[in-house]
Design a protein around this ligand. Structure first.
Ligand code: F6R
Length: 608
């Protein structure tokens, strides 16, 4: 995710800010930049790619100053390039802004500002902030920031400097973390304590709706009505490595725990409750084009292929469009049937998977329109598709995909809503879906809050040699995903099956050494799964059930039960997969394995 660091004090800020950015590299980013007050005005250097590129840009034209802000960008609006990198400026070049978060109403704000003569140079949502502050500026930077933020919808953590009010940094927070670091005759602002830990361990965390004004010798925190807020100074005892992982032992666990926020970010501004509809600005498809498709092919690999299977079920059930799911590696060498009424959806966290890219290109060559469901903005799939939905899940660093999967299912739900509401789905049915979506972050959190229960269950299976995962309907792909998570990080052999297929072969494997995980929320196929549980128990298998209600007929037949909240059938995978991610994680961690970088695996598979 994006990172912010700012400094005001007696030292030369350039190297201090660049060092701070380096401490934020672990969060993932695609470009970086720095702005300093150089005595005459605001001076900025930016670069696409690694911090080393920024250092090169600074080396070519050094800047000096004692007040400055810096940023690492993870693209959300517009591709990663020098122009879209932060800081962003107003028309006069006297105001410089870095921003984490998403300005939801940036498009109407941009139109409004353009009409009043402002000129934009980037594709970003952030640039509107610089121009709004310019429009409101009347000699005092914090007052202008307050006026600008009053017009903004969305989330932000920002730091702003201006050569027209040069001795200060103004910072503000809503929904995106920000803290102040306190030094002797110097102060810092950062989105993450890792950026400033080498300089100070004394910090003040800003809360939503708060603003801070930092000078060399003082800081003041107010609300957005200029009322002073009394803040507590905290002392940081963690070391850097602990901070990078947010205090978690591994990135994978951190990313599992981030899912309430990542799901929220995928939905933000897209799920329209009153109309039971979804707004998906990036599709680049007219209503007529969306109605014209009579065939969808979803292509992907690995975990993304599992979310594709869920997408197929949603689309066929609700939008009533014939939908196929193809392994990208197979699709690219087949002779598939593609017409001008075919829509090809490529799903990829990285947007760089070679097979998925080749499959999408092949579909395009054959006349299909293409959509990318991608997490990494500006990745090759995102650049080459005809339109798409960015996941906005934030960088996924652990090799095993977790938060990207749940965001993919959310994005597929939004797409299904769009297609279905243009066809047979009523407003009332649409609202059932949007309301269920809105409940998800809190429901996911309620499962994560019970992670210790799952850790305890994991203890019993650390020595297991095999695992079977069974589910039906929407939960069959979840069984596949649970098995993949376990095998890739724990090296325990695991298979996922449709629960009723068990009797056609895998049932022969069942004895007291075979743990069987049933994904059985209370949905339309629940009763059928109950019979499958009984079959396993009758053969001595060890049963773990993920379910959402008490079921008297299962009493005495379950060894371990993990409860999840109830939701509509199509969203059950998002809740059911959380305990499976945790189970795989805890088993692998207890086996002492390198969870974030399992053997033989890479985060992005860019070879065939
Ligand atoms: C599993 C995993 C892989 C990826 C697959 C596709 O945890 O991470 O199976 O899902 O390599 O990667 P993307 O989604 O980047 O195309």
């Amino acid at each position: 995710m994006c990172g912010i660091v700012g400094y005001v004090g007696p030292k030369n800020a350039t190297s201090l800010l660049v060092d701070g950015l380096k401490r934020l590299e672990y969060r993932g980013y695609d470009s970086a930049g720095v702005s300093l007050m150089n005595g005459a005005g605001v001076e900025t250097r930016k670069a696409k790619g690694k911090i080393a590129m920024l250092e090169k840009a600074i080396g070519a034209h050094p800047i000096k100053g004692n007040v400055g802000i810096a940023h690492t960008r993870w693209a959300t609006h517009g591709p990663p390039n020098e122009c879209n990198a932060h800081p962003h400026h107003d028309c006069t070049g006297t105001i410089s802004v870095v921003h984490n978060g998403i300005i939801e109403n940036y498009s109407p704000l941009r139109d409004m500002l353009k009409k009043t003569g402002h000129t934009f140079v980037s594709d970003t949502d952030t640039e509107v902030l610089a121009h709004l502050i310019e429009a409101a500026f009347d000699g005092n930077l914090e007052e202008a920031v307050v006026d600008a933020l009053a017009l903004v919808e969305g989330t932000y953590g920002i730091a702003v400097i201006s050569s027209r009010d040069p001795e200060k940094i103004v910072a503000a927070r809503k929904g995106s973390p920000l803290l102040i670091g306190l030094g002797e005759g110097e102060n810092y602002v950062a989105s993450d304590v890792a950026a400033i830990l080498q300089h100070t361990r004394h910090v003040v965390y800003l809360d939503d709706g708060e603003m801070a004004v930092l000078t060399r010798d003082a800081y003041r925190v107010t609300d957005l009505n200029a009322q002073t807020v009394k803040k507590r100074v905290s002392r940081i005892d963690w070391d850097l490595e602990q901070i990078e992982k947010g205090g978690f032992a591994h990135f994978m666990l951190k990313e599992i725990m981030e899912q309430p926020q990542s799901i929220e970010n995928t939905m933000r501004g897209r799920s329209v409750d009153e109309d039971g509809f979804s707004k998906l600005g990036g599709l680049n498809l007219s209503k007529d084009e969306l109605q014209h498709f009579d065939h969808i092919i979803i292509t992907a690999c690995g975990t993304s292929w599992h979310s594709a299977l869920i997408g197929k079920m949603m689309i066929e059930e609700h939008a009533r469009i014939r939908c196929e799911v193809e392994y990208a590696s197979e699709f690219r060498y087949r002779n598939p049937i593609v017409t001008d009424r075919t829509l090809c959806i490529a799903i990829s966290q990285s947007g760089e998977t070679a097979d998925t890219l080749a499959a999408m290109r092949e579909a395009k060559r054959r006349g299909a329109k293409t959509l990318g469901l991608v997490n990494v903005v500006g990745s090759t799939i995102a650049r080459e598709d005809d339109g798409g939905i960015y996941l906005h899940a934030g960088p996924e660093i652990g090799v095993a995909s977790t938060k990207a999967f749940t965001s993919q299912v959310v994005a597929l739900t939004l797409l299904t809503l769009k297609l279905a509401r243009l066809r047979t789905m009523s407003v009332v049915q649409g609202r059932d879906v949007t309301q269920a979506l809105e409940r998800l972050p809190q429901q996911v959190q309620s499962i994560l809050d019970r992670a210790a229960e799952i850790e305890q269950i994991a203890e019993a299976f650390v020595e297991a040699k095999n695992f079977l995962y069974l589910g039906r309907g929407y939960n069959f792909p979840v069984a596949l995903e649970g098995a993949l998570k376990l095998k890739e990080i724990s090296y325990i052999h695991a298979e996922g099956y449709p629960a009723a297929e068990m009797k056609h072969g895998p049932i022969a494997l069942i004895d007291e050494n075979m743990p069987v995980v049933f994904i059985a929320p209370h949905d339309s196929v629940f009763d059928k799964v109950v019979s499958n549980v009984q079959e396993v128990k009758a053969r001595g298998g060890r049963v773990i059930v993920i379910t959402s209600r008490d079921e008297p007929s299962l009493e005495g037949k379950i060894d371990y039960e993990i409860r999840i909240p109830e939701t509509i059938d199509m969203l059950n995978p998002i809740l059911a997969v959380i305990p499976l991610q945790l189970l795989a994680y805890y088993i692998a961690a207890k086996r002492g394995l390198n969870v974030d970088q399992p053997r033989n695996l890479a985060k992005s598979v860019t070879v065939e």
